[in-house]
Design a protein around this ligand. Structure first.
Ligand SMILES: Nc1ncnc2c1ncn2[C@@H]1O[C@H](COP(=O)(O)OP(=O)(O)O)[C@@H](O)[C@H]1O
Ligand SMILES: [Mg+2]
Length: 341
């Protein structure tokens, strides 16, 4: 470890005031600051056209910044390009796979390209093919691979030289849930077991939420919010609880009970809703209160703030694909309310 003045960690990322302007185009990246800690999975979440790929292209030295600076693994992307490229692996949106080559042939080329000693090439290639679950398809032409298989091969290619920092640009866009889950598992393994820093862009809230240690929300070239998924959601607010009494005549009583637990917020239809003063741990107490008052509920729903709520709060718009936000109705507990009815 260096003992220089910078607190730059061995394989983190530090970005300051980064700008990329295209000729006759937009200011695609409009002055962003961010820090990614070594070994962390950083989720760069934003809609189409937000500036995600442009940022990745600058951080991987494919595109010079118009202004600002970025260090990857302590190295300046503008002046130390060759050194940066030795430290990083990248699976970009436009994967450059040759449909006429097999998976194994791609690995062979890539290991040669990275200068691995001849004796090690085949073993390294096979090991990575195995790790991404492509052993059975290794000798088939890539033209016949599914989207998920191509993404996995692309990931294996990016790992050939054991990079300490990995850039993945929308690695799961268009993948089926199963392929997505297996890619998440491999990315998590790389971070947790190998200490690889992962900078991953996505349009999927769920992906950022579940996979990333920290999330930066990018919109129109600017970072709208940054933090752990939990902190970002907590910033937006506490969860809310919504109930619908079976008997409309008991609404006032139901409201009185609910208001013990939070403050009123708009609800759908005839339902009643409060934003909880505390976390969801009070849910059981709420259910018990309705039980002991003998108020039967047609439904009880818990609405957790989602990253889409965060996006909405920060940008005034919903993120595309926000449909997969994880909030929803909870079925009522099956335990019969003793003595109710
Ligand atoms: N080479 C280019 N020339 C001009 N404009 C570009 C170029 N690349 C990207 N852009 C524009 O920059 C903005 C950000 O694009 P991009 O970084 O690809 O967004 P994302 O990856 O988040 O979808 C978009 O408005 C896009 O049209
Ligand atoms: Mg992109």
């Amino acid at each position: 470890m260096g003992q220089g003045a910078r607190k730059a960690q061995p394989n983190g990322i530090e970005v300051e005031g980064l700008v990329r302007e295209f000729k006759n185009g937009p200011r695609a990246v409009d002055g962003i600051d961010l820090t990614v800690e070594p070994g962390e999975i950083y989720g760069f979440l934003g809609p189409n056209g937000a500036g995600k790929s442009t940022t990745v292209h600058m951080l991987t030295t494919l595109l010079p910044p118009t202004a600002g600076s970025a260090r990857v693994a302590g190295l300046d992307v503008a002046t130390q390009g060759a050194e940066v490229r030795k430290m990083i692996g990248a699976a970009l949106q436009e994967a450059a796979l040759d449909p006429n080559l097999t998976g194994r042939e791609h690995m062979k080329l890539q290991t040669a390209l990275h200068g691995l000693p001849k004796a090690q090439r085949a073993r390294r290639g096979d090991e990575l093919i195995e790790r991404v679950g492509l052993s059975d398809a290794a000798d088939r032409r890539v033209g016949g691979y599914s989207g998920g298989m191509k993404r996995r091969l692309d990931l294996a290619l990016a790992l050939v030289h054991g990079p300490r920092v990995l850039f993945l640009d929308e690695p799961t866009t268009g993948l089926d849930p199963q392929s997505r889950a297996s890619l998440w598992a491999e990315v998590t393994r790389l971070s947790v077991e190998d200490g690889v820093t992962v900078f991953l862009t996505t349009q999927y809230l769920e992906e950022a939420d579940q996979l990333a240690n920290r999330v930066g929300i990018i919109d129109a070239g600017r970072i709208a919010a940054e933090g752990t998924p939990a902190a970002l959601k907590a910033e937006i607010g506490r969860p809310s609880v919504e109930v619908l009494p079976v008997d409309p005549a008991r609404r006032p009583e139901a409201e009185e009970i609910l208001l013990r637990f939070g403050t009123a917020v708009p609800a759908s239809g005839e339902a009643l809703s409060v934003r909880l003063n505390d976390g969801i741990e009070v849910l059981a107490a709420i259910v018990r209160s309705f039980d002991s008052a003998g108020i039967e509920l047609a439904s009880l729903g818990l609405n957790e703030p989602t990253l889409d709520d965060v996006f909405l709060a920060k940008t005034g718009r919903h993120l595309e694909g926000a449909g997969e936000a994880d909030s929803g109705e909870m079925p009522l507990p099956e335990a019969e309310p003793a003595g109710a009815a």
